[in-house]
Design a protein around this ligand. Structure first.
Ligand SMILES: [Mg+2]
Length: 221
């Protein structure tokens, strides 16, 4: 069975668009000023961990423990992120067509699991591999091997779909996966080898995978 591994944030779910509203509500709910919103949004832009909130708490003189701020954020961002119906449907189509589908994502365990549950993605994939759960992050080869293993594949043979040129695309090339880059209107400026295919979003990536002959060769070119 062919294997498709997907990144989570800004590939399957729209984290970026959810972030501003969460930053707004964080400031409003914690006695901060409107002027603090960009600072909070910037701190959360790429990735948020409990340590991010420990730093914000110090900087912005917030009361209470950092863990309470983190818990607030886990609830807020998981409720705010969305997975488009066509993306959810695309994953179902892929599995119906005989693909094994996994998610491989960098991030803290509790927040990534909360987002997977809230969007219904957890029920539409065969396996999930979160960096925090296994102690290695993309682009480390081990996380791709671990994700393949969780999908029942003895080695990472198949496709990786993601928005990040370094962690998703270069990382996947490093273990011999073929790749689809979620370009979302961007040009490829990374120094590494470009992806095997570019797509505007996850459902376009799925549509490309469904055009491939079965079984296809997944060896790197
Ligand atoms: Mg991403």
């Amino acid at each position: 069975m062919p294997l498709a591994l997907f990144d989570l944030d800004n590939t399957l779910i729209q984290r970026q668009s959810a972030l501003r509203s969460v930053a707004d509500r964080f400031c409003a709910g914690h006695g901060l000023h409107l002027a603090d919103v960009p600072r909070v949004a910037e701190a959360l832009r790429d990735r948020a961990y409990p340590a991010t909130f420990a730093a914000l708490r110090r900087e912005l003189h917030l009361p209470g423990p950092a863990s309470a701020l983190w818990d607030w954020y886990v609830d807020a961002i998981s409720a705010a992120v969305t997975c488009l119906p066509e993306t959810l449907g695309g994953l179902e189509q892929l599995r119906d067509a005989g693909w094994t589908v996994g998610i491989v994502t960098n991030g803290a365990s509790d927040i990534q699991h909360a987002k997977l549950r809230a969007t219904g993605l957890d029920a539409r994939v065969d396996a999930v591999c979160i960096s925090d759960d296994i102690g290695v992050r993309k682009p480390d080869p081990d996380i791709f091997h671990a994700a393949a293993d969780r999908c029942g594949h003895p080695r990472a043979d198949g496709w990786m779909i993601g928005d990040n040129p370094a962690t998703d695309i270069a990382g996947a090339h490093g273990v011999g996966l073929r790749t689809i880059w979620i370009a979302a209107g961007r040009d490829w400026t990374h120094s590494g080898r470009p992806a095997d295919h570019n797509a505007t979003d996850a459902s376009a990536a799925v549509a490309h995978l469904l055009t491939l002959p079965m079984p296809f060769t997944s060896r790197p070119r």
